[in-house]
Write a protein that binds this ligand. Structure first.
Ligand code: AMP
Ligand code: ZN
Length: 531
């Protein structure tokens, strides 16, 4: 089946032909890590995850390289670091901001059911590659030095502007935002700039004495080059990146490598607004992924995103998630209730990558038509509900192919409450729901909150491997919390022994979020609840 993709550069839907079918290569611009990612940032992550899954199916899981960068050097990061950690040296403060934000981002997108990309390069670890490109651009006359900046000379690239196809006067007007007297042409953009004292700085390229830092656009040209080569298959990102970011990436890469267009297919997801307006903190409609994950299973959010074709704009209506929750609940109820009769088919497919039905594949191969894919899924649901193992299994695999209904957390979608030796369970309905969500979305803080509010009602919770929550009287529950803490401490000790300090720190932080303080003594680790 032919895969067809819409290419922003040629403005047409074309059959996708990889440069090398043994190594299909995709680059997607990732987040700038200075704050919680918002629901708009989730859009490219989910959209290109669906494409990644599709490419892996079509070409083989080990024949697709997906690179998504992390921008960890940026003025917004510096500003946030100075604001949040005024007492610390800037570099240390920046590390704190980027490490925390980076971890939150990964937790968020994992809860949304996104596979990790093959490589996630960080800008600050690729300064040498950026300097190499900058020096080559200076040597070829495509860049020049002015007041310790290196600027790309837009007039030196006669093909500049083909991606965004903006008229010259509009590009000039856009570029005027950043007025700099030393620019030879108002459209020229920064490849390297000098750092002020205290700001992150590296030895500069091209003989410049003042230490400096790279511009944003050169990052992506350097990192895609390192991991994907001079020319690759797909370059993606949100529509807001077409100009100037992607236009500038193309100009840089084309002038260094003398290639036609950096990538063969340029894909852009449409913009997302919330409740009818552009998202803004001042409007009170700024929705972070993290906040949504406190209220809904990540899969609900993913499904809501997939209901709109990726090139269309989305108006995100928070209350709509309720309908989606209901739909997923219907699906899961049917599957789980019949699980016993069908010999636990839901587990049987876990080891193999899910294989989509022909109709689902056809929808996705048509420029990732996810609304059509969901129509297929709904039709298949009816056959699954009324059919036997084969139909149920296919339905489940179609869901999983889209990154939905991951099995170990299936129970998050169930709306009932069960219990042992407990009366009055309905009073804890909301708490039990929050607990299930916190487990599925991997949010220890929310889990603790839910456990505490359950405890206030004299209830505790037992959670099995499928995320199924059973409420139990508190005395037994207390033992459970204790056992969970002991297990985390054992995991942390194992991580420390293996010198995996990132993991051991992460567990310590997780425990801290639960309100548990660790004391490492020579006889081992003890714990107590912080007061
Ligand atoms: P940023 O961290 O702002 O550079 O954005 C990271 C990714 O999210 C880029 O691919 C952006 O195009 C995308 N993005 C940011 N805001 C939105 C939005 N409101 N709707 C859709 N995509 C967005
Ligand atoms: Zn980029």
């Amino acid at each position: 089946m032919d895969l067809k993709l819409y290419d922003t550069l040629t403005r047409e839907k074309r059959v996708f032909t990889p440069l090398d079918p043994n190594n299909v290569r995709m680059y997607v611009c990732g987040p700038t890590v200075y704050d919680f990612a918002h629901i708009g940032n989730a859009r490219p992550v989910i959209v290109f995850d669906v494409l990644f899954r599709l490419l892996r199916h079509l070409y083989g899981a080990d024949r697709v390289t997906y690179v998504r960068n992390i921008t960890d050097v940026d003025d917004k990061i510096n500003a946030r670091a100075a604001q949040d950690f005024p007492g610390l040296p800037l570099n240390e403060a920046i590390r704190k901001v980027t490490e925390t934000t980076d971890r939150q981002f990964h937790e968020d997108v994992a809860a949304l059911g996104c596979l990790p990309p093959t490589v996630e390069p960080r800008a600050t670890e690729h300064i040498e590659e950026m300097k190499t490109l900058i020096e080559r651009l200076v040597a070829s006359g495509n860049a020049y030095i002015a007041e310790d900046n290196v600027l790309f000379s837009v007039p030196s690239d006669p093909d500049y502007g083909q991606l965004s196809k903006r008229p010259l006067d509009e590009m000039i007007a856009g570029a005027r935002v950043e007025v700099a007297p030393y620019k030879r042409d108002p459209r020229d953009f920064v490849l390297w700039k000098p750092s002020k004292p205290g700001e992150p700085a590296w030895p500069s390229p091209a003989g410049i004495k003042t230490p400096g830092r790279p511009g944003w656009h050169i990052e992506c040209s350097a990192m895609s080059w390192k991991y994907l080569g001079e020319m690759f298959d797909i370059h993606g990102g949100g529509i807001d990146l077409v100009f100037p970011h992607h236009e500038d990436e193309i100009a840089q890469s084309r002038c260094v490598f003398h290639t036609p267009a950096m990538a063969n297919y340029w894909m852009h997801n449409g913009f997302l607004q919330v409740e009818g307006e552009k998202m803004a903190k001042s409007l009170g409609n700024f929705v972070t992924i993290h906040e949504l994950l406190k209220d809904w299973p990540g899969e609900d959010v993913r499904l809501q995103m997939l209901m709109t074709h990726y090139r269309q704009p989305i108006d995100w209506i928070v209350s709509k998630t309720k309908d989606i929750e209901h739909e997923l609940w219907t699906w899961v109820t049917t599957l789980v209730q019949t699980d016993a009769e069908t010999h636990g088919y839901s587990r049987a497919v876990r080891k193999e990558p899910p294989s989509p039905s022909a109709a689902l594949l056809e929808a996705l191969c048509d420029d990732l038509n996810t609304p059509e894919a969901l129509a297929v899924l709904r039709a298949n649901y009816k056959s699954a509900r009324d059919g036997g193992f084969k139909e149920k299994n296919q339905f489940l695999m179609d869901c999983q192919f889209l990154g939905l209904l991951r099995h170990n957390k299936l129970w998050v979608h169930m709306q009932g409450v069960s219990g042992r030796n407990t009366r009055g369970l309905p009073i804890a309905y909301e708490e039990a729901r929050k607990l299930r969500i916190s487990i599925a979305n991997n949010l220890p803080e929310l889990r603790r909150e839910a456990e505490l509010s359950l405890a206030a009602k004299g209830l505790g919770a037992e959670v099995d491997a499928d995320g199924n929550v059973t409420l139990i009287p508190l005395t037994e529950a207390t033992k459970n919390i204790g056992a969970r803490i002991e297990k985390l401490i054992a995991d942390r000790n194992a991580a420390r022994k293996a010198k995996n300090f990132n993991e051991s720190d992460r567990i310590r932080d997780e425990l801290a979020k639960m309100g548990v303080v660790l004391k490492d003594t020579k006889d081992g680790t003890t714990w107590e609840i912080a007061r």
